[in-house]
Design a binder for this molecule. Structure first.
Ligand code: FES
Length: 103
């Protein structure tokens, strides 16, 4: 059983689609960064990283949601995933500056 489950949207839409998409905001690189870092830190038995389709928060993405808390993040740059892994996943402290602001 996993302690944390990280869902990372990698949905892709055609260029010019008014909804935009997370894939156009480097979400694939963010996903790979999460997976690689979880592996490097020896967290594979307790943390699962899963790519997913649209989470219906396209304009706020790249969209990531972490369970069990159900905390939504917008990750500006793929490297920012490191801070979420270190502080939230390893340290138990969610990273407020990356909380998704759905307004
Ligand atoms: S495309 Fe990622 S939340 Fe919709």
């Amino acid at each position: 059983m996993y302690k944390y489950h990280i869902f990372c949207c990698v949905n892709q839409r055609e260029p010019g689609n008014p909804k935009g998409c997370c894939q156009s905001k480097a979400s694939q690189t963010t996903l790979e960064f999460f997976k690689k870092t979880v592996h490097e830190r020896g967290l594979k038995k307790s943390v699962r990283v899963t790519e997913c389709g649209c989470l219906a928060a396209c304009q706020f993405g790249p969209s990531v949601v972490v369970y069990p808390e159900g905390i939504w993040y917008s990750i500006p740059k793929p490297e920012d995933a490191r801070e979420i892994l270190e502080k939230h996943i390893m340290g138990g402290e969610p990273v407020e500056k990356f909380f998704m602001k759905k307004e």
